[in-house]
Design a protein around this ligand. Structure first.
Ligand code: MN
Ligand code: MN
Length: 326
């Protein structure tokens, strides 16, 4: 059963005051009761030792929370009161082992798996580099009862992240989806990767995805009406348990410069918001927003966009629940 998110009264406690939680949502430990579990637990995964280029995304959760203070509750695009339909809470940060990708994945996965009320409360992770997606997907899959055949995956990124290993590391940010597919957590035939672009290291970089039936939508496809591929995918999935992963580097560096592996020719902020909104109807059981690197950010614009993307992801679920009312 859904219920309201307890937000501070902005007239008495202005948005520039108080402890910083995501969206000014309450701390999970303050609202968890057996009779009223929250719908989404938002938590930080401050880990960035899985990067192949510029580090610094370990500070992403803090910067996203900071820029989320001016988020408001009502989605004009969907005409739904997101914080009225959903109970949302900030679960703090997962523990990490800063020198080890695998140990961090295990720690983050255990943290998210053990959050209260697994049948109801869904995990939304704020990265951190993209390696943390493997951990949160595994936790979300477990919390959803381990659906056979794996989850459907809506993947926003410039990169496929299906490289087997880099420098001998199999748990880094280039590999989360090959690991998820190997373990049966994600069904590659129900995986859509949107925003993918080159240059690549070799033409073989696409082989794994093509061989396993991952659908790829490039910025050129989008310019030619490829958003219909996304809309059709959402319709095709119907009620299937789905996960949304959003790597901020799918957005052009002109809009989102604060990221570790920037790639030009990407989405605009408005395009990205529109594409996430087009996912309304998905049966999301977990999500993440990753790869925000505040040291390369200007005026917090990348973290601000990430905060709004997270809100749009929550809105997807709010639309579904509001629509399910009699
Ligand atoms: Mn990625
Ligand atoms: Mn990427």
């Amino acid at each position: 059963m859904s219920h309201q998110t307890e937000l501070p009264n902005a007239r008495r406690s202005p948005r520039f005051a108080g402890l910083v939680t995501f969206g000014r949502y309450p701390r999970l430990q303050d609202v968890t009761h057996a009779d009223r579990p929250v719908d989404w637990a938002i938590y930080g995964a401050p880990f960035d030792a899985g990067v192949t280029y510029r580090p610094g995304a370990r500070f992403g959760p803090r910067s996203i929370r900071e820029e989320s203070q001016y988020l408001k509750r009502y989605s004009m695009a969907h005409d739904v009161d997101v914080c009225g339909v959903l109970s949302l809470a900030d679960a703090g940060d997962a523990p990490v082992a800063p020198y080890s990708c695998k140990d961090s994945a295990d720690l983050i996965c255990a943290f998210a798996t053990d959050l209260p009320d697994p049948g109801t409360t869904k995990p939304l992770a704020l990265g951190g580099d993209h390696s943390i997606a493997y951990a949160n997907i595994k936790a979300a899959w477990k919390r959803a009862g381990g659906p056979a055949g794996g989850l459907a995956l809506m993947h926003f990124d410039s990169h496929l992240d299906t490289v087997d290993e880099v420098w001998g590391e199999r748990w880094g940010h280039a590999s989360p989806f090959i690991r998820c597919i190997e373990e049966g957590l994600v069904d590659p035939k129900r995986m859509l990767s949107i925003g993918i672009k080159g240059p690549l290291n070799t033409p073989g970089d696409l082989d794994f995805a093509r061989k396993h039936g991952v659908r790829i939508v490039t910025p050129d496809d989008l310019a030619a009406g490829g958003d219909m591929l996304l809309r059709n995918f959402v319709r095709e999935l119907a009620d299937a348990a789905a996960y949304l992963t959003f790597d901020i580097d799918c957005v052009d560096p002109a809009f989102a410069p604060g990221t570790g592996t920037p790639s030009v020719g990407g989405l605009s902020s408005a395009q990205a918001l529109g594409l996430v909104r087009a996912c309304a109807g998905l049966n999301l059981i977990g999500a993440d927003v990753v790869e925000v690197l505040p040291d390369r950010d200007h005026a917090g614009i990348t973290a601000l966009l990430a905060a709004h993307i997270a809100f749009e992801i929550l809105s997807i679920d709010a639309v579904r629940r509001a629509g399910a009312k009699p």
